[in-house]
Design a protein around this ligand. Sequence first.
Ligand code: SAM
Length: 229
Amino acid sequence: MKNQKNYKKQLTELIENYIKPLGVTDSRVISAFRKVPRHKFVPANYQKDAYLDIPLPIGEGQTISQPSLVGVMTQALELKGREKVLEVGTGSGFQAAILSHLAKKVYTIEIIGRLADKAAKTLKDLHCDNVHAEIGDGSQGLPEYAPYDAIIVTAASNQIPKPLVDQLKIGGKIIIPVGDSLYGQQLKVGKKVGNTIKFIDIEPVAFVPLRGKFGFDQNFSQSKFFSAT
Ligand code: SAM
């Protein structure tokens, strides 16, 4: 992936053939995709596949999400550029980089230190200067910087973590995959009305589990997520 021209062509094909056909047509979201080189967020041996519409391993048993799904989730937040956004599950940092072009400030939190450190470096190298990355349990949110205009959770939970509800502004949007197994998840988008959130279902998805105090604890059945064929 050393050939810059080649990567731009592959990125355009990804956008035209996979991202737009899924209904991701918001010009700001498409423009953000054009600015973020996905190959910089994956290990060297997967860079040749970075512009295929597939999730890829990023180490520590985690994945960078499928680009079209990143597009669907990002578009659902309807960001205008003035927002403060929280992402739970930094992973590679790719989603945070996309958000950095669409919101005023992005806070992202990752529970696995090695991934968090690597993502922070990639985001710095790409001058995503409005992203603040932390290591920690994002199922508890990031109360220091709350409230948020939007929250995006990129790992599946069997419940909506209460701290995230509390840390979302009234009128704010949250997007989160909900389910207790790899193939039983529903991506939901919600809007905070009063002290509750009204959700609608978007589509079935398959995310890695959200760990931590308000996610799955250490004793949950990993096999439901990892033994699926
Ligand atoms: N958004 C990422 C990207 O653009 O590469 C992909 C995220 S990956 C599907 C899910 C991530 O959530 C994993 O890196 C995992 O370690 C992280 N995670 C799981 N539970 C977490 C928690 N309680 N707090 C923060 N991160 C968590």
